[in-house]
Design a binder for this molecule. Structure first.
Ligand SMILES: C[S@@+](CC[C@H](N)C(=O)[O-])C[C@H]1O[C@@H](n2cnc3c(N)ncnc32)[C@H](O)[C@@H]1O
Length: 228
């Protein structure tokens, strides 16, 4: 799929109507999401994706549009999950999917949005999901944009830990300011960083403590492979 269509579809997906600052519920913009996902497509294609902290479903939906076999999106916030499910229904009726010849039933039937705290996800739970859906022979790809930890210190740490526990390949977005910590954490916990991409994340004025219309944060996107 061409970037411009992916970006257009992702930007049509509705953000959280009532975001909670404590959970850092920021949506990844279509441009950044499509650049990341198109880069990750070689890993995503025909494999199983886990979107940790899926929010209203942008990255999950993007990975399925780019050929993931099955996608599981997890978020602690049930309102986000309901929004994700609603977004899928809205997307099903979007005529652009017919124009692009996308299998809409495959799209909606193979994305599963699940309310779950990341701390309750572990290797055995993922194994049971893989078994339940006959996915044992597929690669496990984690795509995540965790909270950066600006509201709750170290909130991104549990995401790094869990992604390294369940994923064969991981794409994860972090504030560049935490680069030294993130690199050390990954290397100390069985991951090998193959690429780091730099980018900019736009934070719009959505919470009461935001003073500017937009704030721009330097980010790093890591591609990590699990060292067995
Ligand atoms: C920066 S947002 C990213 C949302 C979405 N993935 C995107 O890229 O548009 C972080 C998400 O992590 C979720 N989250 C925060 N803490 C969590 C936890 N402990 N378990 C699961 N989800 C969590 C938030 O509700 C929020 O949706």
């Amino acid at each position: 799929m061409k970037k411009k269509y992916l970006e257009m579809i992702l930007d049509s997906i509705k953000p959280h109507p009532n975001p909670k600052s404590s959970l850092e519920q920021y949506t990844t913009e279509g441009k950044l999401a499509s650049e990341l996902l198109l880069y990750a497509q070689k890993d995503i294609l025909n494999n199983v994706v886990f979107d940790l902290g899926c929010g209203t479903g942008r990255l999950s939906i993007g990975t399925k549009l780019l050929g993931a076999k099955k996608v599981f999106g997890f978020d602690i916030d049930s309102e986000s999950i309901l929004c994700g499910i609603k977004n899928l229904k809205i997307l099903y009726n979007n005529p652009i999917l017919d124009k692009l010849d996308i299998n809409k039933d495959d799209l909606v039937n193979n994305i599963h949005f699940i309310t779950k705290d990341i701390k309750d996800i572990n290797f055995n739970y993922i194994e049971s999901l893989m078994k339940e859906y006959n996915l044992e022979n597929y690669k496990r790809v984690v795509i995540q944009n965790p909270p950066f930890g600006s509201q709750k210190r170290n909130a991104d740490r549990i995401f790094l830990k869990k992604s390294l526990e369940i994923g064969d390949v991981i794409y994860t977005i972090h504030n560049s300011k935490t680069r030294d910590f993130v690199i050390k954490y990954i290397e100390d916990n069985g991951g090998q960083i193959t690429h780091i991409f730099k980018g900019i994340f736009r934070i719009p004025m959505i919470y009461h403590f935001h003073k500017k219309k937009n704030k721009f944060i330097d980010i790093d996107i890591y591609r990590i492979v699990k060292v067995k």
